[in-house]
Design a protein around this ligand. Structure first.
Ligand SMILES: *Cc1c(COP(=O)(O)O)cnc(C)c1O
Length: 392
């Protein structure tokens, strides 16, 4: 058998990521590959840093994209900041807090867990108690936008709390960056990582990170070398650190970086505050349609993420059957529930380029048709008009 070129069917991506990548970004991806030390490429890297500083709202020098997906940004933060014997308070209210715990343990640290129900924001009072009970804590780690549940935690207040107890923070902003308010410098966030395939709408495979001077000096004063050679910032910065003397560390994913550069240029053109506002507005439209159908959100209104909408699956409806019908008949991807929420919710993403009125109408219409045809008792035929009224 001869295998021929792979041509995926275009989909509408309204799950937990990746999100729709715009034609402009896909075009950037297909530009000629050049050397990763080519002066033209190095010029692009300098712009990349500025664009990421814009997106994170920071002046941090140590701001760059790790050459691997969001999980590698997570590992970069933990492996560089956590040494054997360090204590880290980890907030868990969904899947990703659990991964933070894994990271701490694998670095030889001790994770003190602060757990909240899935679908709830991180409880500040519980965190404060944990920090009081553990005065030797070095770091507080939490997820800003928990993609597994659609809950948003108060990153500003959590960071202030950590600083009041002399701790650094590590913040997971994989799903929040570009979609919801995030101010690294104003809030004093010490270390943060994100991803490209959620609200930035670039292809997956890179993880923007940023560290302030406090975090950088903690890394510089480590007693032991970082156990990961690839993620050791003292080595990576020989390449990303700027200045004329960029040295080979690993071969950067050249074309993927073109794509992220373009996605960030698009973000800058829109204006980051406008992007946050668009996500909020589109969420209200989707929400109106979803609720008109009779489905419910699992997260309290105050803690809801605009870019990730976790909605209950109506009684008697086969979760997997609905999602495969949406994919096969409508080329529409929505997300399944994860972990504790598997089989209980759908996760409808409104991320980056996918966060638009056309997608909302398309998704509401498709969901309505598919679940009505399965005999579920929902209010059929009203969702799209209700959503449209919100956008008028
Ligand atoms: C997607 C996601 C990650 C992991 O990112 P990958 O690019 O899949 O490695 C981490 N944290 C959160 C909150 C996410 O949504």
């Amino acid at each position: 058998m001869t295998i021929s070129s792979f041509h995926p069917t275009p989909r509408t991506l309204m799950g937990p990521g990746p999100s729709d990548v715009s034609p402009r970004v896909l075009q950037a991806l297909s530009r000629p590959t050049i050397g990763h030390l080519d002066p033209e490429f190095v010029g692009m890297m300098d712009e990349m840093k500025q664009l990421l500083q814009y997106a994170f709202k920071t002046k941090n020098e140590l701001t760059f994209p790790v050459s691997a997906p969001g999980s590698a940004g997570m590992e970069t933060c933990f492996t560089n900041l956590v040494e054997a014997g360090d204590k880290v308070v980890v907030c868990q209210n969904g899947v990703f807090g659990g991964r933070m715990k894994e990271n701490v343990t694998r670095c030889g640290g001790t994770a003190v867990m602060v757990e909240d129900d899935w679908g709830k924001a991180v409880d500040l009072a519980k965190v404060e108690q944990a920090l009081k009970d553990n005065p030797d804590t070095k770091i507080l780690a939490f997820v800003h936008a928990e993609t597994s549940t659609g809950a948003q935690s108060d990153a500003k207040a959590l960071t202030a709390l950590a600083h009041a107890h002399d701790c650094l923070v590590i913040v997971d902003a994989v799903t929040s960056l570009g979609g919801t308010e995030l101010r690294v410098d104003d809030w004093g966030i010490d270390a943060i990582y994100s991803g490209t395939q959620k609200c930035l709408s670039a292809p997956p495979g890179l993880s923007p990170v940023s560290f302030n001077e406090r975090a950088a000096s903690v890394i510089k004063n480590r007693k032991t070398p970082v156990q990961s050679w690839f993620l050791d910032l003292s080595l990576v910065m020989g390449y990303w650190g700027g200045g004329a003397k960029r040295a080979y560390h690993h071969t950067a994913p050249v074309n993927n970086l073109y794509a992220l550069h373009e996605a960030l240029v698009i973000l800058q053109e829109e204006g980051i505050e406008n992007s946050w506002a668009r996500h909020a507005k589109m969420h209200q439209a989707l929400r109106a349609g979803i609720e008109a159908m009779g489905l419910e959100f699992i997260v309290n209104e105050a803690d809801r993420l605009p870019q990730l909408n976790a909605v209950t699956i109506p009684e008697g409806v086969d979760d997997a059957a609905v999602r495969s019908k949406l994919l096969n008949d409508y080329n529409l991807e929505i997300g399944a529930g994860l972990g504790a929420l598997a089989g209980k919710v759908w996760r409808i993403g409104l991320m980056g380029a996918a966060c638009n009125a056309k997608n909302i109408e398309y998704c509401l219409n498709a969901l309505d048709e598919v679940i009505t045809n399965m005999g579920a008792k929902i209010n059929s035929g009203v969702a799209v008009d209700t959503a449209k009224a919100k956008l008028a």
